[in-house]
Write a protein that binds this ligand. Structure first.
Ligand code: NAD
Ligand code: DAU
Length: 355
């Protein structure tokens, strides 16, 4: 038995691959383009495992994807590969259109071509899980109820629009061609191996380097935070028991303002790694210009996955954020490797050219 993961060298994908291999004895194929966000050192413990195989490639590459499908004959696919950072999508949307929309389209075509060739028994088992985001639902007002699976799509950034488009393609491949898909829409993840361009790792890394902690606008925007390993367990549950053609919202019931997130991290660091000058890391907080089109509030109603599939998160925000800060303190080499770009040197050496 084999499962095919795309984007497995990124933040959630690499956590997923490690979690999967801890729980399930099955060959894992990881396809990743190794963009700036892909870091194979996240998975270096697996590099000698006979149960893990890495393929360097683009989900938009029809020939390569078809050959991977037919060589490895996966029983399931989990599609994490994407451009994922909202600020980058504002500065330059092209890669987001290419990977999140065209890439998903080509990957669906490759999956369909393979699926159509399967005998009926294998067809019944096959699953295509598409990993998406709560940002497709747009922004909530303070009094609005959390997003359910019935909310209409109202994306506001190039990133969320490209993910919304990919979700629509996935849905259409189910309804039109019968490809057995399930889509998940998750809230903000945090945890180990999070690239320090996103709020939580950026704040931890900047604080430890005595750099300012930039808060966009008034810092009162709200996100609903989920520890990454809880997202991984939710995807495993969806793969095992989710209903075909359905979507499942995944979230941690942790609505927190950005300023409170940053202050919480500062207070944990004050305790675990006090500054030499004796003052709190909170003195590094700096309010900066807001993100254009900044969504004010996201919140997930996770009752469908809880009641249908029996999934619940195991971490509260206070346990998860403490583990996360401790992980960054314990893994300064990983941080330096990412910040210096040294992980890219290996990509150049192995694959010739940086993507
Ligand atoms: P990430 O940016 O850390 O990783 C993305 C990975 O995809 C990288 O390894 C990158 O090299 C790879 N990739 C990019 N383009 C590719 C292509 N064309 N072909 C093959 N590989 C490619 O992202 P992440 O935070 O781990 O997010 C993973 C998925 O989960 C994304 O689809 C994202 O939209 C979704 N998601 C993320 C969050 C979050 O909070 N991070 C929340 C909900 C949903
Ligand atoms: O909601 C799920 C989404 O969460 C995922 O789909 C995205 O892939 C993921 O990147 C994340 O998007 P956000 O834009 O919410 O995450 P980010 O960490 O970039 O920002 C979190 C909040 O913090 C947001 O309101 C913007 C703010 N922020 C961010 C940065 C990087 C700051 O105030 N300062 C910063 O420097």
């Amino acid at each position: 038995m084999t499962i095919l993961i795309t984007g497995g060298a990124g933040f959630i994908g690499s956590n997923f691959v490690m979690e999967w291999m801890d729980h399930i004895d099955e060959l894992v194929i990881n396809i990743d383009l190794l963009t700036y966000a892909g870091n194979l050192s996240n998975l270096e413990n697996l590099s000698s495992s006979s149960k893990y195989h890495f393929v360097h490639g683009d989900i938009a590459d029809l020939d390569l994807m078809r050959s991977v499908f037919f060589n490895y004959k996966p029983r399931a696919v989990i599609n994490f590969a994407a451009e994922s950072h909202v600020d980058r999508s504002i500065a330059g949307p092209t890669d987001f259109i290419n990977t999140n929309i065209v890439g998903t389209f080509n990957f669906l075509q490759s999956a369909k071509y393979y699926y159509d060739s399967l005998p009926d028994a294998s067809k019944d088992q096959f699953r295509f899980i598409h990993v998406s985001t709560d940002e497709v639902y747009g922004s909530l007002m303070p009094q609005d109820p959390p997003f359910t699976e019935q909310n209409r799509y109202a994306p506001n950034s190039p990133y969320s629009a490209s993910k919304a488009a990919s979700d629509h393609l996935v849905r259409a491949w189910y309804h039109t061609y019968g490809l057995p898909v399930i889509t998940t829409n998750c809230s903000n993840n945090y945890g180990p191996y999070h690239f320090p361009e996103k709020l939580i790792p950026l704040v931890i890394v900047n604080a430890l380097a005595e750099r300012t902690l930039p808060i966009y606008g008034d810092g009162l925007q709200i996100r609903d935070w989920l520890y990454v390993k809880d997202h991984c367990s939710a995807i495993r549950r969806v793969l095992a028991s989710g209903r075909l053609g359905e979507t499942y919202n995944i979230g941690g019931w942790n609505e927190i303002t950005n300023i409170d997130i940053v202050k919480t991290i500062c207070l944990i660091l004050d305790e675990l790694r006090p500054r030499s000058n004796g003052s709190s890391y909170t003195s590094l907080i700096t309010f900066v210009e807001d993100r254009p089109g900044h969504d004010r509030r996201y919140a997930i109603d996770a009752r469908k996955i809880e009641s249908e599939l029996g999934w619940k998160p195991t971490e509260t925000f206070s346990t998860g954020i403490r583990k996360t800060v401790q992980w960054y303190l314990d893994n300064q080499d990983w941080v330096q490797n990412v910040q210096s770009g040294a992980y890219r040197d290996w990509v150049d050496q192995q694959y010739g050219v940086s993507q």
